[in-house]
Design a protein around this ligand. Structure first.
Ligand code: AMP
Length: 281
């Protein structure tokens, strides 16, 4: 496994060793769990080499969010990657400073205007601009033909996919299923912020999404009523949405692919999750 802190060193390596090989990219903010490792494994199956980036991107955190306390665990992350089968085909880029990605006077932002003012964008204004700008930079630097993302960040995937289509970027984006704990809680680096009591309660997020989606499959109007009740009863839901999984418009009785998505506050910790239902089945 090769590890680079400097983009210029990676780029030399790319020119000498990678440019004729199939290359997959897995962008992460580190603190790797099985969800991230699943993306890396999938990328290793489909590509000769896989670039994993580990970078806590400051521009996707809003004021008062958890940028400072976000877990940075590079040594353990590298250990986990080294343990994977095929680790010799992994290249890690772990910039030690944001200036590696955003040199002095960097002043460009990539903004996708689709999927705006709904779901996470409604409550984290500017978050996706930070995401698309960093992902664009990583695409440009890594030069991979394939990029792997988790369905866990469903709206994020839609936004990145749209950027890729609109700008005709030479990379294929793949969305992989959500890795969960045995009780249904979606794996997330933020789960470690939870107290024992909060951790015990956390599976309610997945359970609620599942139940609401199942109701929608039988009776969409009933599900919309239920959604309103849940939001009224439990103010810890920042949002709980029933949407078309293709265009993220509000779901209705003609919806064929539904995504039930939500953000829930466990104390100060904001957790997101979603489930996609194929209504044609
Ligand atoms: P993060 O480091 O949290 O920004 O996530 C990096 C990538 O891993 C993103 O594409 C996420 O969607 C994906 N990811 C995070 N959690 C999970 C999970 N539980 N299952 C699958 N993918 C995940």
């Amino acid at each position: 496994m090769q590890v680079f802190n400097k983009i210029s060193e990676y780029q030399d390596f790319y020119r000498n060793e990678l440019k004729d090989l199939s290359l997959g990219l897995v962008p992460t903010m580190g603190n790797l769990h099985f969800g991230h490792l699943g993306l890396v494994k999938k990328a290793l199956e489909a590509n000769q080499k896989v670039v994993v980036t580990i970078f806590v991107n400051p521009t996707q955190f809003g004021p008062g969010e958890d940028f400072d306390k976000y877990p940075r665990t590079l040594e353990q992350d590298l250990f986990k990657l080294k343990e994977l089968e095929g680790a010799e085909n992994i290249i890690v880029i772990a910039p030690q400073s944001p200036s590696e990605i955003y040199p002095k006077d960097f002043s460009t932002e990539i903004k996708v205007n689709a999927f705006k003012n709904i779901m996470c964008d409604k409550f984290r204004p500017g978050h996706f601009h930070g995401v698309t700008t960093v992902v664009y930079r990583l695409f440009q630097m890594a030069k991979a033909q394939n990029a792997y993302f988790g369905q866990k960040d469903f709206q994020q995937f839609k936004v990145i996919e749209k950027m890729t289509q609109d700008l005709e970027l030479p990379v294929k984006c793949h969305c992989l299923p959500i890795a969960r704990e045995s009780d249904g809680l979606a794996l997330s680096s933020r789960n470690q912020y939870l107290s024992n009591e909060q951790r015990e309660k956390a599976p309610l997020i997945h359970e609620t999404l599942k139940e609401l989606g199942e109701v929608f499959c039988k009776n969409p109007n009933e599900a919309i009523k239920r959604q309103t009740e849940i939001l009224k009863q439990d103010p810890s839901w920042q949002y709980l949405d029933l949407r078309d999984a293709y265009d993220l418009s509000e779901a209705n009785s003609n919806t064929t692919h539904l995504v039930v998505a939500g953000a829930y506050f466990m104390g100060d910790t904001r957790l997101i999750d979603n489930i996609v239902f194929n209504m044609r089945k």
